[in-house]
Design a binder for this molecule. Structure first.
Ligand code: ADP
Length: 653
């Protein structure tokens, strides 16, 4: 065997910064370090037991042992899990959750140092490093099954670590914490100082609190003192006391999800969720149910407090844990839950699948597909109930995950009507959220369709000129600001028999109209005929049509899509996806009541063609683009024309 060598490596700069913050900012819940390390140990045992399904040599009764040593002031956590190779230690332990730590440091910069709470750190997954909350030195020794050598890693959390080989032993990992001096911990003067982590009663208390449900025994060596007894079992006065050491299991190991849902307390769910997800914040919602009959499974599902940063990234980990009759089969099984509910965390434990199921089987398995369907239906009903019973809680959930839920319209149009009931939207009425049912219920007398406007930003949407007539008539318009909204309205088409119509597309109809409105429209049609005809010819390269608007009251002009045409928002989505979109010519609508329109009419009625007519027409198009938040084709030209016009107006004044 080669002589073991040790190399010293540096943490990346941001890792070091993060460690400093961890050590100095978490005082109130020091004991969570144990939960994190036990969780890692339990995951490692899950993994080796899974491998044992195909490699019986690895068959393991998992066990996690806590070894406190008061004299040396150390606490060691030993597992017989899968262990790590040299490279895995560098990858998993030498770098704090890679991207996570950078995101964390960024967030801290933004929020200030006071924000460095366990909750915040937890969102970025720095589990193993929580050891440094209580330890000034950490040694990790690990051996992967089948490897010729073990690995020893050591760090003082000060910017460097050493790593080297050691002789191989049985597979598993030992993490030894050299605990900080008690006095130093006391100095933090936290009211709930967690005690001495080398005392067995402290460890028992923490394990009970955080890790009771861990499926493997968590054991401690305890001394049993036995006084000497005579043959009749009576204590011998001044007899000898014998002391034996026995291994005692300190957790109940009861898989939480197998219990009756009503018997599990919210606190137990919170701790279980934290173990399951490595999140440090409790979930905002919990759904736990058993299904019996043609299919048999249990699901335990959680809605995390916050969406992960990468919820919309393609490579985001998603899916639920899969257990078969309480044996862990795999994490992140995405076949168990639809894409649009990918923010859910949790597990499914099935009684119908064979234990030797492989990834490939899971992908095509009919049982798995049925579980997914049932989970989907249960979740939809759960959300619907929540919306009805606890509106603030539902709004919070929607704010965090609504954008993902709306993807159902793309991935699963079959459920579109059910998802439509779950939608919350902003509208031109008030700042709060509304359901589509609420918008329908308060529709105006004589209003036939539900109107919406899509765009990129709410603030811009709210002021869009296309909304003027709706404001005048008191008709509510739904404002849709997410990229996915175009797909929502395109797929949904109708809600409760009311057609969904874009406020910025086609001719406006379906709005309440008075006979006076009608008469006025006819009069204007005659009055502006010449102007419209000339502008149509002059601007034919850029526009599909020029017509009078029934939408506008204050603005001079706006652009609308032709009926069936693509909105600018949709064009942007296609462009982002890298798909070429044929240029969509739009319709310029002029406000017949606006002074500019009337002035242009007079220009148009002069014999010949005045050059200014084309200029003014193009300026109207440009300012309509600006008003809706779209880019201009020739911004400099527009700026020049505006200043020229201003100069002329000022000189004439
Ligand atoms: P997280 O567990 O949230 O991914 P950690 O910092 O706690 O982050 O752990 C990083 C990785 O190190 C784990 O995902 C796992 O691959 C590995 N690891 C940590 N502890 C152990 C252990 N006891 N046995 C095997 N692998 C471990």
């Amino acid at each position: 065997m080669t002589q073991p060598t040790t190399e010293t490596r540096s943490f990346q700069a941001h890792t070091k910064k993060l460690l400093d913050l961890m050590i100095h900012s978490i005082y109130s819940q020091k004991d969570v370090f144990l939960r994190e390390l036990i969780s890692n140990a339990s995951d490692a045992i899950d993994k080796v037991r899974f491998e044992a399904l195909t490699n019986p040599d690895l068959a393991t009764d998992g066990k996690i042992k806590l070894v406190p040593d008061a004299a040396a002031r150390t606490l060691t956590i030993v597992d017989n899990g899968v262990g790590m190779t040299y490279d895995e230690v560098i990858e998993h332990i030498g770098t704090i959750a890679k991207s996570g730590s950078e995101a964390y440091a960024e967030k801290l910069k933004e929020l200030g140092k006071e924000a460095a709470t366990p909750d915040l750190i937890g969102q970025f997954g720095v589990g193993f490093y929580s050891a440094f909350i209580v330890a000034d030195e950490v040694t990790l020794e690990t051996c992967k099954a089948g490897e010729a050598e073990g690995v020893r890693w050591h760090s003082r959390g000060d910017g460097e670590y050493t790593i080297g080989h050691m002789p191989a032993g049985p597979h598993g990992t030992r993490v030894t914490l050299h605990l900080r001096a008690l006095a130093a911990a006391d100095e933090d003067a936290t009211p709930d100082f967690d005690g001495d982590f080398t005392e067995t009663w402290t460890l028992r208390k923490i394990v009970k609190k955080y890790s009771d449900f861990i499926a493997y025994p968590i054991v401690l060596d305890v001394e049993k003192h036995e006084v000497e007894r005579d043959a009749e079992g009576k204590v011998v006065p001044d007899g000898k006391t014998t002391t034996t050491v026995v291994e005692e299991t300190i957790n109940s190991q009861k898989a939480l999800w197998t219990r009756a849902p009503a018997d599990v307390t919210p606190e137990e769910h919170n701790e279980f969720y934290k173990h399951l997800t490595h999140d440090w914040t409790s979930p905002q919602q919990t759904l736990h149910f058993h299904v019996e009959g043609t299919q048999e499974f249990t699901a335990l599902l959680y809605v995390p407090e916050k969406a992960p940063q990468d919820l919309y990234a393609r490579e985001q980990k998603r899916g639920l844990q899969l257990y078969i009759k309480r044996v862990f089969i795999g994490a992140d099984v995405k076949e168990l839950i639809p894409e649009y509910f990918r923010f859910m965390r949790g597990l499914v434990d099935s009684s119908d699948l064979p234990l030797n199921v492989s990834r490939e089987v899971v992908q095509q398995d009919a049982v798995v597909a049925r579980i997914k369907r049932t989970v989907t239906t249960k979740l939809i009903n759960f959300f619907k109930d929540l919306l009805a019973k606890d509106r603030p809680a539902y709004e919070k959930l929607w704010t965090e995950y609504g954008q993902a839920i709306k993807e159902a319209f793309h991935y699963d149009p079959a459920v579109k009507d059910k998802i439509a009931d779950l939608l919350l939207v902003k509208t031109t009425q008030g700042d709060g959220w509304a359901t589509l049912a609420e918008v329908v219920d308060r529709m105006k007398e004589g209003q036939e369709a539900l109107y919406y406007l899509t765009g990129e930003k709410f603030d811009v949407l709210r002021e869009a000129p296309q909304l003027e007539v709706f404001a005048r008539k008191g008709v509510e318009v739904i404002l849709l600001g997410d990229a996915v909204d175009e797909i929502v309205v395109g797929t949904l088409e109708k809600y409760r028999d009311k057609e969904l119509k874009s406020a910025a597309r086609g001719e406006l109809d379906g709005l309440p109209e008075t006979p006076e409105d009608k008469a006025k429209q006819e009069e204007n049609a005659g009055k502006y005929e010449a102007l419209l005809a000339k502008l149509k010819t002059l601007l034919a390269d850029d526009l599909a049509d020029v017509r009078l608007s029934t939408r506008l009251t204050d603005s001079a002009a706006c652009l609308v899509a032709e009926e069936g045409g693509m909105s600018p928002q949709m064009e942007r989505i296609f462009a982002q996806m890298g798909q070429a979109v044929p240029e969509q010519k739009r319709v310029l609508e002029l406000n017949p009541e606006h002074a500019v329109t009337d002035a242009m009419r007079q220009l148009a009625e002069r014999p010949g063609t005045d050059d200014r007519l084309k200029d003014f027409g193009e300026m109207l198009v440009d300012q309509a683009l600006i008003a809706e938040g779209s880019p201009l084709k020739h911004p400099a030209r527009f700026a020049r024309r505006v200043t020229e016009t201003m100069a002329r107006a000022a000189a004439g004044a």
